[in-house]
Design a protein around this ligand. Structure first.
Ligand code: NAG
Ligand code: NAG
Ligand code: NAG
Ligand code: NAG
Length: 151
């Protein structure tokens, strides 16, 4: 019986992946990570660059297979780095809409913070005042998700 468990789990995961391709589940919330007390100054050039990048990333990612990185501003402390990614099976229009919602939620998810990441089932958005492109993400990479179906 024990040897069946991995197969059952794999089956559940496949079913779950198939069941989550509709637009509503794409906004299933996974996690938020905010910097602690690394506040930017309200009305600063950094905030303007951050706003610009958050509003351009959804279209950019939707137009290039669900992934985009970009920066705005010439140099620190004004420069903002942003990354947007959609789950691989999410189409361009759902990708844009998931990221657009996420971009609008950033300000309330991590108010005033220089670093933030917001992850939903269908898409993730991350920004920082420092470059993180190509760096492995090592803090808190483990999430637990419960199956909400009857077994
Ligand atoms: C990067 O962001 C800027 C500001 O929003 C935008 O003008 C530019 O087109 C973006 N570049 C790419 C490659 O998306
Ligand atoms: C982006 O999201 C905002 C707020 O959720 C909404 O008002 C706006 O219509 C959306 N824009 C697009 C292009 O989906
Ligand atoms: C940072 O901004 C948040 C939200 O506006 C605020 O609650 C917090 O007190 C600020 N922290 C500092 C150190 O300014
Ligand atoms: C980002 O902001 C933090 C906190 O203010 C600061 O310590 C760090 O030097 C900044 N990084 C860059 C590249 O400006």
């Amino acid at each position: 019986m024990h040897s069946l468990l991995p197969l059952l789990l794999l089956g559940w995961w496949c079913l779950r992946l198939t069941a989550t391709t509709n637009a509503d589940n794409l906004k299933f919330y996974i996690t938020t990570e905010c910097s602690n007390n690394m506040n930017y100054t309200r009305g600063s050039a950094f905030q303007a660059n951050l706003d610009a990048i958050l509003s351009s990333l959804p279209d950019a990612a939707a137009a290039s297979s669900g992934f985009a990185e970009n920066t705005t501003g010439a140099a620190a402390p004004d420069k903002a780095y942003g990354l947007a990614q959609c789950r691989g099976d999410v189409g361009a229009s759902d990708c844009r809409s998931c990221l657009n919602d996420t971009a609008h939620e950033m300000a309330s998810a991590c108010p005033g913070q220089k670093n933030a990441m917001l992850i939903y089932e269908g898409c993730m958005l991350r920004y920082s005042n420092a470059s993180f492109f190509g760096d492995p993400y090592t803090s808190n990479p483990i999430f637990q998700l419960a199956n909400n179906e009857n077994a």
